[in-house]
Design a protein around this ligand. Structure first.
Ligand SMILES: C[S@@+](CC[C@H](N)C(=O)[O-])C[C@H]1O[C@@H](n2cnc3c(N)ncnc32)[C@H](O)[C@@H]1O
Length: 299
């Protein structure tokens, strides 16, 4: 286990199968779990034999353990996309939903996992499909353990499009109609994914951007809380924890990825981790040559 201490927070990394680490973690001791499991479709960190059945069996075991270690009132976020084979897709969040429903049948009401949002994470770039529409979103299933839970909306409000808008009639006529702290970011988040030119890109093939765990951490935990990512990858959730002053436990099978995570954690502690701030995506400047339509394009 590698441990980093930063101000009042501790970051623990295990280069190990998460299913071997969960038994070391006490019941109801974690405040927030954020993860993105393998999609079981032939990535370099997967077994070639992995398929939908492997996905189901792994996620059943991991979600069962995640529910056990999560505090009552804690939050669980499963970031997930699609299993794609021969242009046929399986929306993996539907399987996660079924798995949680099955686990919930065995639990008392105050320990059940309740789904509050299926956040659509949209992004502008990715593979261009030929036999179907190009996929440009994945989802984040946000559950809480029990019905009383922490949700700090003010921590993640975003600027309104028209902040100067006022009520035109009624008792509030003349007053600004928007919340001065900004608006609810909604359940559709447009955040660039980490492809080749993204500033956060490492050698890991499937990172999510820091802005995803960072938003979830701000809204769903408090400073000093303990956060876990059982499928750590390149350490993105750990980096977001350092930025937001939360403690962290992460597990990753592959040593190469743990090394990447350790470097990013060190950079984050020193305040120089590569990071795309969580700001709205801007439309291309039409004066730029690359943004202009070539003569021979037909559209
Ligand atoms: C989709 S990636 C996570 C990427 C991560 N969110 C990031 O931003 O870098 C899933 C990761 O889980 C790791 N993994 C797969 N099975 C595991 C297991 N049983 N225990 C721990 N890690 C595992 C894989 O090696 C891979 O790096």
């Amino acid at each position: 286990m590698d441990e980093f201490i930063y101000e009042d927070t501790k970051i623990k990394l295990y280069n190990e199968d998460c299913l071997k680490i969960f038994p070391l973690i006490d019941n109801e001791s974690i405040d927030l779990i954020i993860t993105s499991p393998p999609y079981c479709m032939g990535k370099e960190y997967e077994n070639t034999s992995d398929d939908i059945n492997s996905f189901l069996s792994m996620n059943k075991k991991v979600i069962y353990e995640a529910q056990r270690v999560l505090k009552k009132g804690g939050n669980l976020c499963w970031q997930i996309g699609f299993h794609v084979k021969d242009s046929v897709i399986v929306p993996l969040d539907c399987l996660i939903y079924q798995i949680v429903e099955e686990i919930n049948k065995t639990l008392s009401d105050d320990c059940k996992l309740y789904l509050h949002n299926r956040i659509v994470w949209s992004f502008g770039h990715g593979l261009n499909a030929e036999k179907r529409l190009s996929g440009r979103y994945e989802t984040i299933m946000w559950y809480t353990k029990g019905k009383e839970y922490l949700f700090n909306l003010n921590a993640i409000r975003v600027p309104q499009k028209y902040p100067g808008k006022k009520y035109s009639k009624g008792k509030k006529a003349g007053q600004y109609s928007g919340n001065p702290l900004g608006k609810n970011p909604s359940d559709v988040w447009d955040i660039p994914n980490v492809k080749a030119n993204h500033i956060e890109k490492t050698a890991h093939p499937c990172q999510f951007p820091i802005a995803i765990p960072q938003r979830l951490i701000k809204a769903l935990s408090r400073q000093g809380d303990i956060i876990m990512d059982p499928f750590l990858g390149s350490g993105t959730t750990a980096v977001a924890c350092i930025m937001e002053k939360r403690s962290f436990i992460g597990c990753e099978l592959k040593e190469d990825y743990v090394s990447i995570a350790k470097q990013r954690i060190t950079d984050a502690i020193q305040g120089n981790v590569k990071y795309r701030p969580d700001v709205p995506v801007i439309e291309p400047d039409k004066n730029q040559k690359v943004a202009q339509k070539p003569e021979e394009f037909k559209w």
